[in-house]
Design a protein around this ligand. Structure first.
Ligand SMILES: [Fe+2]
Ligand SMILES: [Fe+2]
Length: 325
């Protein structure tokens, strides 16, 4: 700009930033925390990341239930490591939300007051140790299908967090499958436990991909912003196609009489999902919603002294720095 040129108006620079944002998306590059972003993108991204973080943290509860009752030291060590990974996933994700201006206290408050959601799957009970295996196999398996494309999400910090998370999820899935394999080669009672867990978790796992595409109003915008790369139904189909041969190898029956290979489509067909059940669980009426949120609230309140101590320590450090300066 030369001295004689008029200074750009605010509207001009806003348009300039907007074009830059759209270019980054079009070129498949990443939006970074200091870049200008449309307010709606920021809000959508914070909500999605928070919901994901909440799912990781609440997801510690159903399996955490079995840590003290794991059948061997080896199984206990594996389960402890897995549940601890989920805590780590929650922490990276809350940090990613903070890079967008999301406030951790505010997000936690929204979770424990029921104003923000987490994955519907964690509102189901874990009734036997076979559930630990089935959660690893199906729930972490579904999470992998959902999350691998998110490694290319348009928001840089989220995409990068997802790379590490997916590596750990893959360990979670394997430990689940290996546990089930062990049980399937055990006694008849163990095989029955596995089949029972599969019966209870199969349909809720398919619901993890969210409502069907024709009932998913936010999908189009999220795909345009490259926050999301595939629709709910595409990912659900991918999961079914991947899982059916694994079920055969394991020797369990998936509880769906309509499940069959469709050579024309090159995919498995499957039966109708009970969307009323999903709606009920999402709106708080699942078997364990109240228990999960109450437990999270109690843990948050029990941890108040840790947050206060950390804040006091940070203040003291700051004062020392100021005195030294
Ligand atoms: Fe996770
Ligand atoms: Fe996991």
């Amino acid at each position: 700009m030369t001295a004689t040129e008029p200074a750009p108006s605010e509207a001009d620079s806003e348009r300039h930033f907007e074009r830059y944002f759209e270019d980054v998306i079009a070129r498949d590059q990443r939006i970074e925390p200091r870049d200008w972003l449309p307010e709606a993108y920021r809000k959508t991204m914070i909500r999605q990341i928070a919901q994901h973080a909440h799912s990781e943290i609440i997801g510690m509860q159903p399996e955490g239930n079995w840590i003290t009752r794991a059948p061997s030291l080896r199984r206990k060590a594996i389960l402890l490591a897995k549940v601890q990974d989920e805590a780590g996933h929650g922490l990276y994700l809350y940090s990613a939300a903070e890079t967008l201006g999301g406030d951790r206290d505010d997000l936690t408050e929204k979770l424990i007051s029921g104003r923000q959601k987490y994955s519907s799957i964690f509102n189901y009970p874990t009734l036997s140790f076979a559930d630990v295996g089935v959660i690893g196999w199906l729930v972490d398996g579904a999470a992998i299908c959902n999350q691998v494309p998110l490694c290319r999400s348009s928001y840089g910090p989220y995409a990068r967090a997802m790379i590490r998370i997916c590596k750990e999820e893959s360990f979670h899935q394997r430990q689940g499958y290996e546990l089930l394999m062990t049980m399937m080669t055990g006694t008849e009672a163990q095989r029955e436990m596995v089949q029972d867990a599969v019966n209870r978790y199969w349909w809720p796992s398919l619901m993890m991909f969210g409502p069907p595409d024709d009932d998913s109003p936010n999908t189009a915008q999220s795909m345009a912003w490259k926050i999301k790369r595939h629709t709910n139904d595409e990912l659900r189909q991918r999961f079914v196609d991947m899982t059916v041969p694994q079920a055969e190898a394991l020797g369990v029956t998936l509880p769906d009489p309509d499940l069959s290979w469709n050579a024309d489509r090159g995919h498995y067909d499957f039966g109708a999902i009970d969307w009323d059940e999903l709606k009920q669980v999402i709106s708080g009426g699942g078997p364990c919603n109240t228990e999960r949120v109450e437990r999270r609230r109690a843990a948050h309140e029990d941890g108040a002294w840790v947050r206060e101590a950390a804040a006091a320590h940070a203040r003291k450090q700051q004062q020392r720095k100021e005195v030294a300066a």
